[in-house]
Design a protein around this ligand. Structure first.
Ligand code: FAD
Length: 579
């Protein structure tokens, strides 16, 4: 039996000092054995020259690196923690332009909708249309008339209509569950969801590598090397080998999301004012409760701010808050008053459900990298991206990316590469959409994968939904042994072969990289310490880990899970809200 072992300072330091935090001063003696999972297979970077070096492996950085590599440029992508471990995995996971439209940002709304359609077409296994209900009571900030008009415009812009019969059923069901003491106006619209942007990032990453990009996660940029008015390279620390290396680059793209100002600050680049305003957004994740909406719901919270209640990953995702926060984005977590406020809003909407904090499975938070706004009102700030050229600070060949959203990542990437003089490759069908679209063929494909892997159709469907056309490679691997066909935990359909694929081809280094992002079963409704232990054993058996390695991986996973997916400590009593 694998037990948690005390691995000395290694695992603790790795998670406390490295993951998402301020850089550790180089050369500290106790950092020598810092990373518990040394990756000796990595080729050294020192002395190499890249045409483009991208800092930050969130959705923007990965999209930019992919675009540069596809345009034939020698590209490096460096991520301090894991790909998609930053803001990208802390979002509400919607592909929408509605909020932009509400704020009158017509071109941003159009861009979001156009890019959303591309994702729906090209990645149908990851991006899905989602039917939304919009419920307003008579005390809300928005008038029913203005909402009706905005939705009419939105439908015209999106070119998507809703199914009227489906709306009637969903509306009646929602009305029965909502607080009957209030008068509700209920509307509907069609939007989209990318339930797992982590997977989208993993697919783009594989495509970037296939196009020649060199990518490194768990590798932190300690400083941008600036000399004679020009960015010349990077000093990076590879935590998997605890090694500092210098690389040269013709262009450097700072795509560190809410860390953009920090990245410049630590390199001595003085800005006249910050590029981003940090605004924390927190979510709570609950099990479904009786009367819980089965359709995504957009409404106003008790504080009048937008509130989404979204069926997600067999649970309900509720959020998000808006709290100015300039602290380290890597250490962000929901404050208890944010959790209380989300819970209070939910309990007020669904009083019959008698929701309590015990229904919360976990909470998580992220920092939005909104363009800096001196007025300090986060609700009004545009999310539209911009690209800052640091020539303004006398640092040529360094640009920083600000804002954007999940849907617009590719158009941000294309703007970025144009700015550094690269003609983006003509958009061509992405790997998964080569040939006929996946969607209509999905059922056949599921059967093919199930036969090729000798697994059930349920397991095959689960794999196809996360891996698209690459599922066949996983099926081929799974075919070779029963251990690879074993599920990751007794409650999941996902199998060990997916984890092995993550290590082999998707740059996973830690068990957290695998179970929280490449095969994100640990975000699911069943997950517990027992599931983590079971998964570590099953994966370890195939990877050839000894007991110590399995224990170290498990320990680091549980620490990361505890830091990321927080069990709320609120002592709130919701009896009055629920009565
Ligand atoms: C609460 C909330 C809800 C949201 N909801 C939605 C939504 O529903 N739909 C939507 O489209 N968008 C949403 N967003 C916005 C969306 O998540 C972001 O626009 C997007 O994820 C930003 O991606 P990014 O790559 O710029 O940043 P990140 O994902 O944060 O990536 C930046 C990366 O840089 C790395 N990094 C930092 N410093 C260094 C360094 N020194 N060296 C190496 N790497 C470094 C970080 O580790 C991080 O992984 C939401 C955001 C929040 C916070």
């Amino acid at each position: 039996m694998v037990t948690f072992r005390n691995h000395g300072p290694n695992v603790t330091l790795y998670l406390e000092n490295f993951a998402h935090s301020e850089p550790v001063p180089s050369g500290r003696a106790e950092m020598k054995q810092f990373m518990p999972f040394p990756d000796s297979n990595r080729a050294p970077l020192a002395g190499q020259h890249f045409q483009v070096a991208v800092i930050g492996g969130g959705i923007m950085g990965v999209a930019i690196a992919r675009e540069c590599a596809r345009a034939g440029k020698r590209t490096l992508l460096v991520e301090q923690h894991d790909f998609a471990a930053g803001t990208t995995s802390r979002s509400s996971r919607m592909l929408s332009g509605l909020r932009a439209l509400e704020k009158g940002e017509i071109s941003f709304a159009r861009e979001s909708l156009r890019e959303r359609e591309r994702l729906l077409r090209d990645r149908p296994h990851l991006a899905h249309p989602a039917h939304f209900l919009l419920a307003l009571n008579n005390q809300g900030k928005r008038s029913a008339m203005s909402v009706r008009t905005a939705l009419w415009v939105y439908r015209r812009m999106a070119g998507r209509n809703v199914d009227a019969a489906g709306f009637e059923m969903a509306r009646k069901k929602l009305e029965r569950a909502l607080d009957a003491g209030q008068r509700w106006s209920i509307f509907d619209y069609e939007d989209a969801q990318c339930e797992f942007p982590e997977r989208l990032v993993a697919e783009w990453l594989v495509e970037a590598i296939a196009a020649g990009a060199v990518v490194r996660n768990h590798t932190q940029v300690m400083a941008v090397d600036v000399a004679h008015g020009r960015a010349r390279g990077l000093l990076v620390r590879d935590w998997t080998r605890n090694l500092e290396e210098k690389i040269e680059a013709t262009w450097i793209v700072n795509a560190t999301g809410p860390w953009v100002d920090r990245t410049c600050g630590r390199s001595g680049i003085k800005m006249r004012r910050p590029m981003v305003s940090g605004v924390r957004g927190s979510h709570i994740v609950l099990s479904h409760f009786p009367g819980a909406p089965s359709t995504a719901l957009y409404t106003e919270g008790a504080d009048g701010r937008p509130l989404y209640i979204i069926p997600w990953n067999e649970q309900l995702l509720v959020g998000a808050t808006h709290v100015p926060d300039t602290s380290d984005p890597g250490k962000v977590h929901p404050a208890s008053d944010e959790i209380e406020s989300l819970l209070h809003s939910l309990a007020s909407l669904f009083p019959k459900a008698r929701i309590s904090q015990n229904d919360i499975r976990y909470s998580f938070a992220g920092i939005r990298n909104l363009p800096f706004d001196p007025s300090g009102d986060p609700g009004t700030v545009s999310r539209q991206h911009s690209i800052h050229d640091h020539q303004q600070e006398n640092v040529a060949r360094l640009i920083s990316v600000i804002g954007g959203n999940l849907a617009t990542a590719i158009s941000v990437a294309r703007d970025c590469v144009r700015m550094i003089g690269i003609r983006p490759a003509e958009p061509k069908p992405l790997a998964v959409a080569d040939g006929p679209a996946l969607d209509p063929l999905l059922d056949h494909f599921v059967v093919d994968v199930s036969r090729a892997a000798s697994i059930s159709e349920e397991a095959s469907r689960a794999i196809v939904e996360w891996h698209g056309k690459r599922s066949m490679e996983i099926a081929g691997m799974a075919q070779s042994s029963a251990e690879l066909r074993t599920t990751l935990c007794p409650h999941s359909e996902h199998i060990v072969a997916e984890a092995v694929e993550a290590y082999r081809n998707e740059c996973a280094v830690t068990l957290g990289d695998v179970l929280l992002r490449r095969v994100p079963v640990a975000l699911g409704p069943c997950w517990s310490e027992t599931c983590s232990r079971e998964a570590a054993l099953r994966i370890g058996a195939v990877m050839g880990w000894n007991e110590e390695t399995t224990g170290a991986n498990l320990e680091a996973l549980e620490m990361e899970r505890a830091a990321y997916l927080r069990r709320p400590r609120t002592s709130m009593r919701l009896a009055t809200a629920a009565d």
